[in-house]
Design a protein around this ligand. Structure first.
Ligand SMILES: Nc1nc2c(c(=O)[nH]1)N=C([C@H](O)[C@H](O)COP(=O)(O)OP(=O)(O)OP(=O)(O)O)CN2
Length: 166
């Protein structure tokens, strides 16, 4: 019986894994924050088997993918496409966020609608984890678990995780 391959947990938390974005959290159908921004920080931990060569996987690939995921969100106003409280309207080069009795205008170039229910750290963590798992760079690796965290400020993080069923 071959011995179980040892597992390792590789954690990546680099200062450059960040994105600056505008948003407003929706608390109900009628309550929201004012538009504001954060320097969001991203970190990730991957659990994988260590091969007979003493390598799990080249974590540089993971860092490159995480940086690309951050860059996709950087310097935009993030809007939730799946909110029960907010609709997004595109018209004449403008984007309007329709919330309660408000029609909030933005230029197309400044906005990034995302397939999430609210622009919260918990929804951003789940989205980035899903996007990470779709990336071909990580395909075929013997990954057993992934945990991805998003922070909106010092000392406040949300983590989303996946575990292999194998
Ligand atoms: N469950 C969640 N609750 C809240 C979220 C969230 O993403 N998930 N987000 C917010 C707002 O974005 C709010 O702007 C958070 O900012 P704040 O806590 O004020 O951040 P600071 O870094 O300024 O925190 P300090 O404690 O003031 O230093 C609200 N709720």
């Amino acid at each position: 019986m071959t011995p179980q391959q040892p597992l390792t947990r590789i954690e990546i938390s680099k200062d450059y894994l960040n994105f600056s974005a505008g948003h407003f959290t929706l608390f109900s159908a009628t309550e929201r924050e004012n538009l504001h921004g954060h320097n969001f920080q991203v970190r990730c931990a991957v659990t994988a088997a260590v091969g007979t060569d003493g390598l799990a996987f080249d974590y540089v690939l993971l860092k490159r993918v995480l940086k690309n995921l951050c860059d996709q969100l950087d310097e935009r106003v993030l809007l939730p496409q799946r909110s029960p409280h907010l609709c997004i309207e595109h018209r004449d080069g403008m984007v309007f966020a329709l919330f309660a009795d408000e029609r909030i205008p933005f230029l197309e170039r400044d906005v990034l609608p995302l397939p999430i229910r609210n622009v919260t750290i918990e929804e951003l963590a789940a989205l980035l984890l899903a996007r990470l798992r779709e990336r071909p760079e990580l395909a075929g690796r013997d990954l057993r678990a992934i945990e991805l965290g998003v922070s909106s400020g010092l000392g406040q993080w949300a983590f989303s995780s996946w575990e292999s069923r194998i």
